[in-house]
Design a protein around this ligand. Structure first.
Ligand SMILES: Cc1cc2nc3c(=O)[nH]c(=O)nc-3n(C[C@H](O)[C@H](O)[C@H](O)COP(=O)(O)O)c2cc1C
Length: 188
């Protein structure tokens, strides 16, 4: 699959088969992430891949406990209810979870992590692997409260998590949500 096809085919998938991706495919996917552009070439982005469904279930259980006990402000209540309903399936049942974090010396941490994540998602699509960007979770949980938990799962303690994604094989092929035609100007 070429790059344009992979970009166009990538969709956020929220239902996964109970089938792990191979170590070789994961290696290609993380290398694609490592090859993303990064501000000032500081290479301050770090990829943590949890490629073990049992370990991931453990992490989901811990995070769910934190998430459902967040304060019930109007913004969080919708997600808290969804997470509570969803059992521990914060990653929609995907067997692999990729977390992208930035070291304190990153000049543009959110952007460095986001471009890395996009490479990961597109590379996964090119290999026939489905994905879903999952960011609400880490945006809502104050990172300071889970630093040591995340360190146990391989995220460097001094880093800030900016992006995460589920990876696995899709149960379904979701249609692309319609893109707004109006958000583009070409001056020629
Ligand atoms: C910054 C960001 C955060 C996102 N967070 C979540 C999330 O927490 N949970 C989720 O299911 N999807 C999440 N998504 C996926 C979007 O909902 C999805 O990309 C959008 O609906 C467009 O659909 P598509 O990815 O299939 O094109 C996120 C996407 C981005 C870029």
């Amino acid at each position: 699959m070429d790059a344009i096809e992979a970009i166009m085919k990538r969709r956020s998938v929220r239902k996964y088969l109970d089938k792990q991706i191979s170590a070789a495919d994961l290696d290609t996917i993380v290398k694609a992430g490592q090859n993303a552009p990064n501000g000032y070439n500081r290479q301050a982005v770090y990829i943590t891949a949890i490629h073990n469904a049992d370990k991931l279930k453990e992490l989901e259980k811990i995070l769910k406990e934190v998430a459902v006990n967040l304060p019930s402000d109007p913004e969080s209540i919708f997600f808290k209810e969804k997470w509570a309903e969803n059992g521990s399936k914060l990653c929609y049942g995907a067997p692999t979870f990729v977390i992208v974090s930035a070291a304190p010396n990153s000049k543009f941490p959110e952007m460095d992590c986001a471009v890395c994540m996009e490479n990961i998602l597109v590379a996964a699509t090119a290999l026939g692997i489905a994905s879903c960007f999952i960011n609400t979770l880490f945006k809502m949980i104050p990172l300071a409260t889970i630093k040591s938990v995340m360190a146990d799962f391989g995220v460097p303690e001094t880093h800030t998590i900016h992006c995460a994604a589920a990876l696995g094989y899709s149960v379904e092929t979701p249609a692309a949500p319609k893109r707004a035609a109006a958000n583009l100007t070409i001056i020629s």
